[in-house]
Design a protein. Structure first.
Length: 331
């Protein structure tokens, strides 16, 4: 059975349609016959490319037309329907040259940045994203996107955006944690952006670690693990950080002369080794039975095995330890 419509909601919907229709009719009333025909030519064009070409001609001839908002929105909608990513990006870039100050341009810029990310064009993504953030400094979607694309670029040895990436990533984290949803962001988009928090902490921690700033990296990696304990990557990064501390402590112990301070130094080194073992075991448990982490699993297993053997004089208990940290299967 169809649900009964609420009368007030129905009336409101009718009024909205009437208002929109009236606005469109008013726009047409104020437009010249030439404008109406040119706008109709845009609407009737065969595909997105033809529509954009007709729209460019329309704007060139009638830049102040009252029909311009409808033309801009209609072309933006058609570009969004284009299946081929390369063509969609090309059309979107052209669109922004003509309609850069029109209302649909904001979403179109977001589309273009996403396409730059897919095309592995980090420099272009940052160029456009920085322009957007100059006007919308709290655009969480753009901040998070640039933080993640900047991290990926750094992994590929493109480090020119590292400083900006850290700045944008930490700002996105602060805005998400403060629940500062931008007015232009709908609830579904905001829910998705909040779900990026573990990834943002992980990326910012990894960048800090790569930059040699262990003091910054450690709490960020710990937070990433806390937010998403099923991701093995945070354990690996944090394990590597603690591993460096262990090696430094072990070398310091070996260099010490016999004396009352040496047992304490040995205890410190041993405790650090135990932390490394635990973190690597967590990583192996989280990565187990996940094909995408096979390479990581093999590498970490090679790292943990000699440590575990040294501490327990056998590797018999290693697999049970890993099994203990396996992600429980979903029911």
């Amino acid at each position: 059975m169809m649900p009964k419509l609420n009368y007030v909601s129905l009336l409101a919907a009718v009024l909205l349609i009437a208002i929109a229709s009236t606005a469109f009719v008013n726009a047409q009333t104020k437009a010249s016959e030439g404008e109406v025909k040119a706008a109709a030519a845009v609407t009737s064009a065969a595909d997105a490319t033809a529509r954009l070409t007709a729209a460019e001609a329309f704007v060139k001839k009638y830049p102040k037309s009252t029909l311009r908002p409808e033309v801009a929105q209609g072309v933006a909608t058609e570009i969004g329907k284009v299946a081929d990513a390369g063509q969609r990006l090309s059309l979107a870039e052209r669109y922004l040259k003509t309609f850069s100050d029109d209302a649909p341009a904001e979403k179109m810029r977001g589309v273009v940045i996403d396409e730059y990310v897919r095309a592995d064009r980090a420099d272009d993504a940052f160029a456009l994203g920085t322009t957007i953030l100059a006007k919308q400094p709290e655009n969480v979607g753009v901040l998070a996107t640039l933080a993640m694309v900047g991290t990926e670029a750094a992994k590929k040895q493109n480090t020119k955006h590292v400083a900006q990436t850290l700045q944008y990533g930490m700002k996105a984290i602060a805005l998400i944690e403060a629940d500062k949803k931008p007015a232009t962001t709908d609830d579904a988009a905001w829910t998705y952006q909040k779900s990026l928090l573990p990834t943002l902490y992980l990326d910012m921690g990894a960048l800090s670690l790569a930059g040699g700033n262990a003091a910054e990296a450690r709490p960020r990696l710990e937070k990433a693990i806390q937010l998403n304990p099923a991701d093995p990557t945070g354990y690996v990064f944090l394990g590597g950080l603690i591993d460096d501390e262990y090696r430094a402590a072990a070398e310091s112990y070996k260099a010490m002369a016999e004396g009352p301070e040496k047992p304490a130094a040995l205890k410190k080194a041993t405790e650090l080794m135990d932390k490394v073992i635990d973190l690597y075991a967590h990583a192996l448990g989280a990565a187990a039975d996940k094909p995408q982490y096979k390479g990581m699993y093999d590498t970490v297993l090679e790292l943990i095995t000699p440590y575990y053997r040294y501490r327990y004089h056998s590797t018999t208990g290693l697999q049970p330890l890993i099994d203990k940290y396996k992600t429980p299967a979903k029911p």
